[in-house]
Design a protein around this ligand. Structure first.
Ligand code: DOR
Ligand code: ZN
Length: 347
């Protein structure tokens, strides 16, 4: 097979930033995706329905003319989030989910949750109203090794929370471990996970072996190869609990190539080529459609996009730019380490 036509995909976890960076990165997502769940960790964060509405207008204003794209907004959960604001924002379609960052877990997560008991009223209200909670699933306890933070989060935080708040619909974002995959597989209809492009390609050697590679550093950090293989198995299995959330997270090179570099990998421009290559090499090209176009809408209770996207396998590897130029400086595009033969047909 050298041609694949699928319903237009969606990205269920995306960082678009704001201002000049938003204007620079948005076109790459809009070119391939119909909708995206927009992360609220901009500065200042998206805390209220009014913030979400205003950020959404800035995104819509930055969409290149003639292209169709629906940003699905999220609120950043804090210990003072007002349950009524969440419920009314969801009821009116202003937001599609709420994002939980444990305080200090990642980029701009300082306003996140420290005491999980303090967000119980919001989570109860969300469970009653079927509003999904997108979870950055890592503990922040400095005593816990960074490679163990996801597995410990499941045991200490997420499982007790889901036991306590029955019916809460949870997306375990950017799952990176065998433990996470197993937990989601047996978690029932109220639990799903997104998988990023980069975690399907890199393990921790790609960050640390033969020199430190800041452009492969993200959070949750990539784990051992056995975990990457579990992610590939989950993504290509056809299990509707797993769907694409790229976590495409642009930072300028100066912020990545630093004594204390930022976490985040910018994958939006080449995600679809990377995924077609990976699914083909796994003998699972027919499962790509479910992963990128069907499972996400099913969980979020939205229709599948009616437009389509066509992937074409070329004779020679496609040319992938190394950087995206932005007014703030260059942003390095993810290098998956393999030649990419699959191109998105644009005309
Ligand atoms: O690598 C990451 N980058 N992980 C996150 O959780 C946040 C993101 C960002 O905003 O840069
Ligand atoms: Zn993210």
């Amino acid at each position: 097979m050298n041609r694949l036509r699928i319903p237009r995909p969606d990205d269920w976890h995306l960082h678009l930033r704001d201002g000049d960076m938003l204007a620079s990165v948005l076109a790459d997502t809009v070119a391939h995706f119909g909708r995206a769940i927009i992360m609220p960790n901009i500065l200042p964060p998206v805390l209220t329905a009014a913030d979400a509405q205003s950020y959404r207008s800035r995104i819509l204003a930055a969409i290149p003319a003639g292209l169709d794209f629906q940003p699905l907004m999220t609120l950043y959960l804090t210990e003072t989030t007002d349950p009524d604001d969440v419920i009314s924002a969801a009821a009116s379609g202003q937001i599609s989910a709420v994002k939980l960052y444990p305080a200090g877990a990642t980029t701009n997560s300082g306003s996140g949750v420290r005491d999980f008991d303090r967000v119980t009223p919001v989570l109860d209200a969300m469970a009653d109203n079927g509003i999904p909670l997108c979870v950055h699933g890592e503990v922040t306890d400095p005593d816990i090794d960074i490679f163990d933070r996801e597995a410990v989060f499941l045991e200490r935080i997420l499982d007790p929370l889901r036991e306590r708040i029955k019916g809460l619909r949870v997306v375990l974002e950017h799952v990176t471990t065998c433990e996470g995959v197993d937990y989601v597989r047996q978690g029932g209809n109220d639990l799903a996970a997104t998988i990023t492009t980069h975690h399907l390609f890199i393990n921790r050697n790609h960050i640390l072996a033969g020199g430190i590679r800041p452009h492969n550093y993200c959070l949750p950090v990539a784990k051992r190869e056995v975990h990457r293989l579990a992610l590939v198995a989950a993504a290509t299995s056809g299990d509707p609990s797993f769907f694409l959330g790229t976590d495409s997270a642009p930072h300028v090179d100066a912020a990545k190539q630093s004594g204390c570099g930022c976490a985040g990998i910018f994958t939006a421009p080449i995600t679809m080529s990377c995924l077609a290559t990976l699914f083909e090499s796994e003998g699972a090209l027919e499962k790509l459609e479910g992963f990128v176009s069907r499972h996400g809408p099913a969980f979020y209770r939205l229709p599948i996009n009616t437009e389509t996207l066509t992937l074409v396998k070329r004779e020679a590897p496609i040319k992938v730019p190394e950087k995206l130029k932005t007014p703030d400086g260059p942003v390095t595009i993810f290098d998956c380490g393999q030649p990419l033969y699959w191109a998105v047909e644009t005309s």
